[in-house]
Design a protein. Structure first.
Length: 95
């Protein structure tokens, strides 16, 4: 998405992996906030700020790449998934 493979700004939220590319240039918190948290689990940081239901739905519809495999998940109450590929050092189930 825009750059060489593997350079997409991926972020983990609630054990799901998102490609943040669509938000670059338009996120109210700015690109620096997104890029600073890219490549890691930013669930705690994400929940510190109020995000509308509309934003959460858009995130799941437009930016969801996959889910972390069970062995990689934090305890956020997520459902179990299957084995998948690695993204930023974490194994991801892409669907």
């Amino acid at each position: 998405a825009g750059g060489p493979a593997g350079t997409e700004p991926y972020m983990i939220l609630h054990n799901k992996v998102y490609d943040l590319t669509p938000l670059l240039g338009s996120h109210p918190g700015g690109d620096e906030l997104l890029l600073t948290n890219a490549g890691k689990d930013a669930t705690t940081e994400f929940e510190l700020f109020e995000h509308s239901e509309k934003a959460r739905v858009r995130r799941d519809q437009d930016m969801l790449v996959g889910e972390l495999v069970p062995a990689e998940r934090a305890d956020y109450g997520a459902e179990a998934g299957a084995d998948g590929a690695e993204v930023g050092g974490a194994k991801v189930d892409s669907g």
